[in-house]
Design a protein around this ligand. Structure first.
Ligand code: PLP
Length: 495
């Protein structure tokens, strides 16, 4: 590429960081065709010199554009434009911006690398597997087959196995939800519950509003169902009500999706006043809210708060939870608590999806509940997760670069860490960390649009304290080596 094909003008007095300006300008030139696929970009050192900025800014910009699918780096040959513009017919159902899809896809490709044997992997969403009640499940399965024989292996009612539905009704009543048996629908985990709600309430082209960042699985479902997803910024109390209020009139969303307890990925707990505001706002606008409470029972500090559905007099809230995170992710049992306005549609969509959730597994989970295995498991998780959280905070303090930010979660599995904006991105740190046999989830995965370039989600819950310490030490070392390598000292980073 000749030097002149890339034209960049940076505004040094702008509030937008220089590397962000650089990203925007390169992206615009790729999208407009001014930089066609195959163009070679100048080496980072040369472009930094030409623009009079630090090399780390250029490295960061290239790295984000690579993660977004605009560029690719070929070892020893340089950095090239790869993206082809992808046009959809004007009347095609709306799709998320291609840049976001490609960005997510390429981050996902990177994340696959984490599944290497011997890696200390903080990237997963799993609870600690050493506590899975495997023997109890084995006994329960045998007992169910002895007791119910073929009935346990027949088609089950689409709404679920009646004794399990009753147990769920009693369980959610105990946390303040007014619930009748007809409001309980058993699902294949919370993931299917979310999908059923989207299928029932939204059509292609409709808008779903959620926090930014949010649960990756909801972004996937929205894309698969061709639903627009709009991310609302969060603060320490969760989704921002002012921002939500401001867009509801414009976007007319058909659903608001939130995780009030120990949000994935940030770990935030929505306090009582925010819960009330959210329910009031949704009721005022008549927009249904899906609350996903899969981390609710992973509380190891602070008071228990009521779910949104317990605060809802107008029937706008749909509640989902599951026995996956708290008992066994591989036994795919979850539930939805809806209400008259939704029950019938949901069970029709459920039946169309898979006829019914495994009756054998529903019976086994029911038996585990009857035997008090869940209560025992929750207690064990609570004690151990608190201990692991302490280890994670201490290790973050010890090893992560100065200027990194995180807060102490009161529950859940995750620590959300924001690395210094001026240093290596999370994607770059991920690659360097992997060379040291440690992995985490790259923050950008959890955004419906741009964002999270310097954030990492670390599942501290699945590792013992010694592994947390070792893993965080390796991530810190990887970041430092990278920052030094690309001129961090010169860029004013504290190493
Ligand atoms: C917020 C959230 N909802 C739903 C799920 C999916 O849960 P399940 O295994 O019950 O389908 C996950 C799993 O990571 C999650 O983090």
């Amino acid at each position: 590429m000749s030097k002149d094909s890339l034209s960049v003008e940076l505004q040094r007095d702008s509030e937008t960081p220089l590397y962000r300006q650089l990203i925007a300008q390169i992206r615009e030139q790729i999208e407009s065709g001014a930089l066609p696929a195959g163009s070679r970009l100048p080496p980072s050192r040369a472009l930094a010199g030409r623009l009079g900025i630090s090399r780390i800014s250029v490295v960061n910009a290239y790295s984000e554009l690579r993660a977004a699918g605009y560029l690719s780096a070929r070892a020893g040959r340089g950095t090239f434009v790869v993206r082809k513009r992808d046009a959809a017919p004007a009347d095609a159902p709306p799709r998320p911006p291609p840049a976001d899809r490609q960005r997510a896809a390429s981050i996902r490709d990177m994340m696959r690398l984490a599944r290497k044997p011997g890696v200390i992997d903080f990237s997963s969403g799993s609870p600690p597997s050493e506590f899975f009640p495997v023997r109890y499940l084995q006994d329960a399965l045998n007992q169910v087959i002895d007791r119910d024989g073929a009935a346990a292996l027949s088609y089950e009612a689409a709404e679920g196995y009646l004794p399990l539905r009753s147990a769920v009704r009693d369980y959610v009543r105990a946390i303040g939800i007014q619930c009748r048996l007809g409001d309980v629908l058993i699902t294949g985990g919370a993931q299917q519950a979310i999908d059923l709600v989207l299928q029932s309430l939204l059509s292609p082209g409709d808008t779903l509003v959620t926090a930014d960042p949010t649960y990756l699985g909801v972004i996937d479902i929205a894309q698969a169902r061709r639903v627009h997803i709009h991310g609302i910024p969060i603060d320490q109390d969760g989704i921002r009500i002012d921002a939500l209020d401001a867009i509801i009139g414009d976007l007319r969303p058909r659903l608001i999706y939130v995780m009030p307890s120990y949000q994935n990925p940030t770990g935030h707990l929505m306090p009582m006043h925010r819960r009330r505001q959210l329910v009031r706002l949704a009721a005022r606008h008549g927009v249904p809210v899906l609350e996903d409470e899969v981390y609710r029972e992973f509380r190891f500090e602070g008071d228990e708060l009521p779910p949104l559905k317990a605060l809802d007099d107008s029937g706008v809230v749909i509640h989902t939870n599951a026995f996956t995170k708290v008992l066994l992710p591989g036994i795919r049992i979850g539930y939805l608590i809806a209400g008259d306005a939704y029950n019938e549609r949901l069970s029709r969509v459920k039946q169309a999806a898979d006829i019914s959730t495994s009756g054998l597994h529903q019976r086994a989970i029911h038996l585990l509940l009857e035997r008090g295995v869940l209560a025992q498991q929750l207690e064990r998780n609570r004690i151990e997760l608190r201990r692991r959280r302490v280890a994670a905070l201490a290790a973050a303090q010890r090893y992560f670069p100065l200027g990194s930010k995180w807060f102490s979660p009161q529950g859940g599995l995750y620590l959300w860490v924001e690395l210094p904006e001026r240093g290596p991105s999370a994607a770059e740190t991920f690659i360097a960390a992997l060379q040291r046999d440690v992995a985490f989830a790259i923050g950008g995965l959890f955004y419906s649009g741009d964002g999270g370039s310097h954030a990492m989600r670390l599942n501290f819950g699945i590792h013992r304290p010694a592994a947390i310490d070792e893993g965080f030490a390796r991530i810190g070392a990887a970041w430092r080596a990278l920052a030094a390598d690309i001129g961090g000292v010169e860029a004013g980073l504290v190493l």
